[in-house]
Design a protein around this ligand. Structure first.
Ligand code: PMP
Length: 426
């Protein structure tokens, strides 16, 4: 595989951009190589600047359930770009998209459009605090909710429930209202409610954690969390940036038949353009400015180009449900992938709907899972072999893989054949 042009670009980028990248995982640091530069994508394929083609199992970390450059999405963007890219004012499509989103999540009353998952979660947390008049937020070790200051927190090494900042530049005072529990230990949640009764504004969680491998939460746990939240007047926030519009048409809420107070949505909802959303019950959402006193704003929020793309995707999902088909293909593929990889590694492939995760090593039952140094090294080795075979997975052992409707049986069959050949060193 020739990557000379990518390599040259990265050398230049390193001089101009911190670490050469605009988001850390893109640096390929976890897989010990310099990143590839892509110039085009279509359906299940990515094309790099050196002319290599890859089957894409990363799909921009989730947005492209319909595959890259879906004709209806491209058309919607083309139509809109000729009219305007941004008004900084109201426009009809945002009303249409709001109606569409709430059509997918009918138990939610109102939605606000923002630019990224980080912003959506930040807004959900602020509105939960504003609504309850409380300051603390309970999150789970191993879940990711974007890079807002208060959520860049990890379990402290001293008194277990006291969080520490997980990033430089975040003062400890900012994470002191962030409480961290363990998803595999409900008593850790109970203890926090005992210790801070009446102080916890919200439980914020990925209902299907997919940022530290893939973890399938038990429905009973979600029900227990919902019950304890209700008992204490605490709101439930489901961060559905990954699971929303993907695991079912109503995300994890549909999968588990749960109705949290607030839901954050990212990725698919913007059709691959910068758009995310926070939705909730009317009485909570009406705390947001300009009706309520909780401030939130954005020059490009509800940007017409992103809204047009999101609307095209959700309309397609509404009209031609891909869910059972893509989930079935992913399940079959995950099984076959596990069979192929098992010939070379100790591995298991976890799968849920159109998400899957390759876990090397012994496998872990706890959450967050143990990923040893050896398993990380194995992932790097696998990642490079997969690239040689023309398969692109996320450049990190922590990240899950995604499937789209364009990953047909033929595409997947060919991918497995090429991968096995490469792993055999043929
Ligand atoms: N929440 C979850 C569950 C996510 O997976 C992500 C991004 N991977 C975010 C929030 C942050 O979204 P963004 O990168 O768009 O800011």
């Amino acid at each position: 595989m020739n990557s000379e042009k990518s390599h040259q670009l990265f050398k230049k980028a390193e001089q101009l951009i911190p670490g050469g990248v605009n988001s850390p995982v893109r640096s390929f640091k976890h897989v010990g190589m310099s990143p590839l530069y892509f110039e085009r994508a279509e359906g299940p394929y990515l094309f790099d600047v050196d002319g290599n083609r890859y089957v894409d199992f990363c799909l921009s970390f989730g947005p492209h359930l319909l595959g890259h450059s879906h004709p209806k999405v491209v058309e919607a963007i083309n139509v809109q770009v000729k009219k305007a890219t941004s008004f900084g004012a109201c426009h009809p499509l945002e009303v249409e998209l709001a109606e569409k989103i709430l059509g997918f999540y009918p138990f939610l009353d109102k939605v606000r459009l923002v630019n990224s998952g980080t912003e959506a979660v930040m807004t959900a947390v602020r509105v939960a605090r504003g609504f309850t008049g409380r300051s603390k937020i309970l999150v789970f070790d191993g879940c990711y909710h974007g890079h807002s200051d208060g959520l860049l927190a990890k379990a402290g090494s001293g008194v277990a429930e006291l969080a520490e900042a997980s990033s430089g530049g975040v003062p400890s005072s900012i994470v002191e209202d962030t409480l961290i529990a363990r998803l595999d230990d409900f008593t850790s949640v109970e203890k926090l409610f005992q210790k801070f009764p009446g102080d916890i504004a919200a439980i914020l969680m990925e209902p299907i954690p997919a940022n530290y491998g893939l973890h399938v939460t038990e429905k009973e746990l979600l029900q227990s969390l919902s019950a304890i939240a209700k008992k204490h007047g605490t709101l439930m926030i489901f961060d559905e940036c990954i699971s929303g519009f993907r695991v079912t048409r109503q995300g994890a809420c549909g999968f588990y038949d749960m109705q949290p107070d607030l839901v954050t949505m990212g990725k698919i909802v913007g059709g691959g353009l910068p758009l995310a959303a926070v939705a909730g019950k009317k009485n909570i959402m009406d705390k947001l400015a300009p009706v309520g006193e909780v401030y939130q704003a954005g020059t490009l929020s509800g940007n017409p180009l992103a809204v047009a793309a999101g609307l095209a995707v959700l309309t397609e999902l509404d009209q031609n449900s891909p869910y059972p088909g893509v989930a079935e293909r992913t399940q079959k593929f995950a099984e076959r992938l596990q069979n192929v990889l098992s010939k070379f590694y100790s591995v298991r492939v976890r799968q849920l709907s159109s998400l899957f995760w390759i876990e090397f090593g012994e496998g872990s039952t706890s959450f967050p899972p143990e990923i040893s140094a050896t398993d990380k090294k194995t992932y790097s080795e696998f990642f490079r072999k997969a690239l040689e075979a023309g398969l692109y997975f996320a450049p990190s052992p922590f990240e899950v893989s995604f499937m789209s409707v364009t990953h047909t049986d033929e595409v997947l069959e060919e991918s497995l054949k090429k991968l096995e050949k490469c792993l055999k060193g043929l």
